[in-house]
Structures are given as C-alpha cells and as structure tokens.
Design a protein around this ligand. Structure first.
Ligand SMILES: NC(=O)c1ccc[n+]([C@@H]2O[C@H](COP(=O)([O-])OP(=O)(O)OC[C@H]3O[C@@H](n4cnc5c(N)ncnc54)[C@H](OP(=O)(O)O)[C@@H]3O)[C@@H](O)[C@H]2O)c1
Length: 303
C-alpha cells in the first residue's frame, strides 16, 4: 500500500501515522524540510514540494494507491486560496492524469454551507456561502466532481468541521488566556470533529467502494457556542467567560454561519464511527486533551 499525503500537517500526519501502523508506505509533502523529524517519528518520509508549483507536482512519481490533499491555506486570504485550492488542484489533476492513482481524497470544509437559520445541513444541502474563500472551496469541489464524471477521477471529497485535538482547540486556548466570550446570545451552533476522527475518515473513505461522493466529517453533536464555553470552563475549573460586548460581536459577525452539520452519510455508507462522538469525550480533562500540561496552564490563567 503506497500513500502520498500532500499537505502533511496536523491532520495529514495523523492519517499517515494510522496508515503506517497498518503497514503502508507513506510519504508526506510539505514546502520545507523543517518538519522532517515529525514525519520520521511517525514513520513517514518527507517529500519537499509545493502544490502551487506545477513543475514540483509533475515531477512526483505517479503510482499511488491513495493520494490525499490536506494542504491548508496557512491562514491566508483569497489569493492564497486561489493558488492552493484552485491552481494546486489543477496541478494535481494534470499529474494524476499521467499516473495511476487508486483514490484521491480531497479535504474541503463545512464552511461551504453558508446557512444561517440554525437548521440541519447534509451533503445535498445548498452550498452558497457568503465568503469568497468558502466559495472557492465550493468551486474546487465542483471541479473535482466534474472530473469524476467526465474522466473517472476516483475522488472522494471530505467536508471537514472545526478540527480540535492535542495541541489544538481554539475556544479552550482562548478560555485559558481569559479571552473567551459568550458570543451574541450564545446560541450559535458550533460543529467540531477530533483530529483522530478526521484521520480515520480519510483512511476509511479511501477504501470505500464508490468514488465521486462527498462526505461531511463532523462529530455527532453540534453544540451552542455559549453552552460549549460554559462546559469547558466547568471542566477545567475556570471562571465562566463573560458575554461579548456589542463591539466584539460586531467584529465577529461578518461571514458567521449558524447551522448543524449531519454526519449520517459518512456513518451509514462507511464503517466510520467517531472515537470522540462529542466534544465532551474529546475535551475531557486528561492527558490526551488539548490542554497540556493541564495544571500549569490553568494556574497561569487564573493568576
Ligand atoms: N483546521 C480546521 O479546523 C479545518 C476545518 C475544515 C477543513 N480543514 C481542512 O483540513 C485540511 C488539513 O488541515 P490541517 O489543520 O491539518 O492544516 P495544517 O496543519 O495547516 O497542515 C497543512 C499542511 O500543508 C502544508 N502546505 C501548506 N501549503 C502547502 C503547499 N503550497 N504545498 C505543499 N504543502 C503545503 C503545510 O506545511 P508547510 O507549511 O511546511 O508547507 C502543512 O504541513 C486542510 O485542507 C484544511 O483546509 C481544516
């Protein structure tokens, strides 16, 4: 089994680790050799390359059982999105056309759902997001699904919710810094998924029988933002966060969505089951939570 993970960062590295544990040969692509040790520790080898550089991509060997695209925008704006997702995808398509790739797994985002009515969304729901960057993700998905229809590209698209896990958990980090707020009326839905469950979804979907499918990758329970930070504060023994001021709410308001994302298709069409079905399992205070080392960080925050 040969796997290439393009954009081998937080999620890609964990997916690679899971594949290596099952005996696969896994290579991870990053733009610089800085992370070579992390990859080596996980049993992967590093291939330095940039998906936005056509020559780089076309020079890669073309024989893989699975290719994963988990490149992120590195918090860049629309120009970076155009290069990474727009041009990068074209480079990968041109490269795959000349090789033998068993399955191509492309990571997209649940931000493609622009819904603001608080209702449930699934893969067939409209994808008309307000933000330009999310619209570019929609265009990229469409390009790939069209390529499946026209040339049989064996693609699976994963729409991933907000990722948290060891070392990463935005709301908890904010809480620890005393910067967390109950936003608005606190009822906006937050959709999350643990890193390890995203990695498992990548692996499992790559083995699914039918290509050309889109799957939401999200845990079982959306949570209202206010309830989430309140639960976190209690779990970690921290003071309850204050309600955001009008200025803070106004600063955040643009582009915010309000929706609950369903994982029914992923659960019913594949063997995927989240190891962390809700934020409670994933954020439970303990050795494997995003808070490390537990005691020290809490102490620093409460002064
Ligand atoms: N994080 C979330 O909450 C979230 C939510 C929804 C969807 N997603 C999607 O999930 C995927 C994985 O996210 P993540 O959190 O694992 O991202 P990440 O930690 O930022 O990792 C991305 C990796 O891509 C590499 N990279 C960036 N630009 C590259 C380029 N031009 N060519 C080759 N490699 C490049 C980076 O390494 P170098 O910088 O060394 O190149 C890094 O290793 C992304 O597609 C992201 O959009 C994430």
């Amino acid at each position: 089994m040969r796997v290439l993970i393009v954009g081998c960062g937080y999620v890609g590295l964990e997916a690679g680790r899971q594949w290596v544990a099952r005996g696969a040969h896994v290579e991870g692509v990053r733009r610089s050799p800085d992370g070579a040790e992390d990859l080596k520790d996980a049993g992967l080898s590093l291939r330095v390359g940039d998906v936005t550089c056509r020559e780089d991509v076309l020079a890669w060997p073309g024989d893989w059982d699975v290719v994963v695209n988990a490149v992120s925008s590195s918090r860049g704006g629309i120009d970076v999105y155009r290069r990474v997702y727009g041009e990068g995808t074209e480079h990968l398509l041109a490269w795959m056309a000349g090789g033998r790739v068993g399955r191509y797994v492309h990571l997209s985002s649940t931000s493609v759902y622009g819904q603001v009515d608080g209702g449930w969304v699934e893969e067939s729901s409209p994808t008309e997001p307000a933000s330009e960057t999310s619209r570019l993700l929609v265009t990229t998905e469409q390009r790939l699904i069209e390529a499946h229809g026209s040339s049989g590209l064996p693609v699976s698209v994963l729409r991933v919710a907000g990722i948290y896990g060891p070392g990463r958990g935005h709301q908890l980090q904010q809480l620890l810094r005393g910067e967390a707020r109950i936003q608005g009326d606190g009822r906006r839905w937050v959709n999350m998924v643990h890193r390890d469950d995203v990695a498992a979804a990548i692996r499992i979907v790559s083995e699914s029988r039918s290509a050309g499918r889109i799957y939401n990758v999200v845990d079982d329970e959306p949570v209202a933002q206010g309830d989430f930070v309140t639960w976190l504060a209690k779990e970690y023994g921290l003071p309850l966060p204050p309600v955001a001021t009008e200025e803070e709410n106004a600063a955040r308001k643009r582009g915010l969505t309000h929706k609950r994302v369903r994982n029914t298709r992923l659960r019913s069409e594949t063997s995927w089951q989240p190891a962390y079905p809700t934020f409670r399992e994933g954020y439970r205070r303990g050795a494997d939570t995003p808070l490390a080392p537990t005691g020290q960080t809490v102490k620093a925050n409460t002064g």
